[in-house]
Design a protein around this ligand. Sequence first.
Ligand SMILES: [Zn+2]
Length: 85
Amino acid sequence: MTETLKTTSVVSCPDCGHSVVEAMPLDVCVRLYECKNCQQLITPESGDCCIYCSHGTILCPTSQMEKSSYTIVRQRRAGRACTIN
Ligand SMILES: [Zn+2]
């Protein structure tokens, strides 16, 4: 096993451009994120499952698993299964 999940991503605020390194949770999709600089609430763009996919440098762990060889259940993009707490 050479592939490992990346669990940190640099999230850039679409409003002010401020970027922060964030640890990504493995089992939840983050759909709301408050920019630490301008307090703007960042949300995913349509079609993306979480703010990391829309505004981060690395896809969220869920999406990484979907693309990788150790995918468990392959789902189409529209029906992407995210665990929401
Ligand atoms: Zn901001």
